[in-house]
Design a binder for this molecule. Structure first.
Ligand code: HEC
Length: 114
């Protein structure tokens, strides 16, 4: 009976610890997404994601904040960012999977601001 209690307590502690780590990672990913976006994407997509920049207009960069765009799945976004599409450069070799996921999370966030 006693050992059962110890096990339960140990599991509860492990669970709490995991939650804290997961939350810290989520927060980090958000900031990481923002800095990656600023470093790699705003030239064409603009700081606000609308694509309203000279390079974006010339190349036809999509408005990442449009409602039409919000319907795309994360998998589609990850695919486009990794492999590129038409004039959109590919970032699969430059950025890690984690970094691309952080970018997708950041794009979802700026989407909701509009
Ligand atoms: C050199 C300019 C340029 C840069 C830099 C750039 N993009 Fe793009 N991006 C484009 C263009 C142009 C398109 C439209 C491609 C098409 O569908 O013809 C596009 C499309 C996209 C799409 C797909 C939109 C859709 O409708 O499916 C996503 C997502 C995207 N870009 C994200 C990013 C991210 C994230 C970065 C930074 C890592 C980035 N882009 C950097 C030019 C750029």
């Amino acid at each position: 009976m006693k050992s059962w209690t110890y096990t339960a307590v140990a599991f509860a502690q492990l669970f709490l610890l995991t939650m804290c780590v997961a939350q810290a990672q989520a927060g980090g990913a958000k900031n990481q997404g923002e800095s990656l976006f600023k470093a790699n994407c705003i030239l064409c997509h603009g700081e606000d994601g609308t694509g309203n920049t000279p390079a974006g207009t010339a190349l036809g960069a999509h408005n990442l904040t449009s409602p039409e765009f919000a319907k795309k799945t994360d998998a589609e976004l990850i695919h486009t960012i990794s492999n590129g599409k038409e004039k959109m450069p590919s970032f699969g070799k430059k950025l890690s999977d984690m970094e691309i996921q952080a970018l997708v999370a950041y794009i979802r966030e700026i989407e909701n601001k509009h």
